[in-house]
Ligand binder design. Structure first.
Ligand code: HEM
Length: 160
């Protein structure tokens, strides 16, 4: 067996860890801690600064996941994959669309509102980003589980 399959899987795992792990930390750790300690004039610029650093890394993860995923799927497996990979691609496409929406709309609007110290508008944009990140986090966990348990599930479906 060549080194290519493990290399592609390692790149795939790296993308998964950065994106899903980053969303998990932002949603369950950073956000509640910031909300409990800081008022809007401190919390909203802090969250914007966090997104300024995290969101470019999400683009890196998306490139890693799609690049390595298509390499595994089309290049190494020759398109012959279990149904779990098709499900993975579908959910990943939805997650990519949701992130693209966050990037171009509420994230930009949050930046403008923070620059103008318009805290009610900034709070509204942050609330929308929080809901969309929670959605992508749920979808991401499902996708990672599909990746981990998928080969066994697809094999079970073939022999059922
Ligand atoms: C958010 C997006 C994604 C996540 C979180 C994710 C996660 C995972 C995980 C955890 C694995 C198992 C890795 C292992 O066995 O060590 C995996 C495998 C795989 N993924 Fe993804 N993936 C995503 C997107 C994609 C995309 C877009 C494609 C294809 C274009 C893809 C194609 C594959 C393939 C072909 C495998 C190997 C499946 C097998 O061993 O049967 N993935 N993925």
């Amino acid at each position: 067996m060549s080194y290519q399959w493990p290399l592609a899987l390692a790149l795939h795992q790296l993308g998964t860890l950065i994106w899903i792990g980053g969303m998990f930390f932002a949603h369950f750790v950073l956000r509640p801690a910031a909300t409990s300690r800081l008022g809007p004039p401190d919390r909203l610029p802090l969250m914007l600064a966090v997104f300024d650093r995290f969101f470019p890394l999400v683009w890196v993860s998306i490139v890693l996941l799609w690049g390595s995923g298509l390499w595994l799927f089309l290049g190494l497996a020759g398109g012959k994959v279990g149904v779990h990979v098709h499900a993975m691609m579908g959910v990943a496409a939805l997650m990519t669309l949701i992130f693209t929406y966050i990037w171009f709309l509420p994230y930009r609007a949050l930046g403008r509102a923070v620059a103008q110290a318009d805290w009610p508008t900034a709070g509204g944009r942050l609330a929308l980003i929080r809901r969309l990140i929670a959605t992508n986090l749920t979808l991401g966990v499902v996708t990672a589980l599909l990746g981990a348990a998928g080969p066994a599930l697809s094999a079970a479906m073939r022999f059922a």
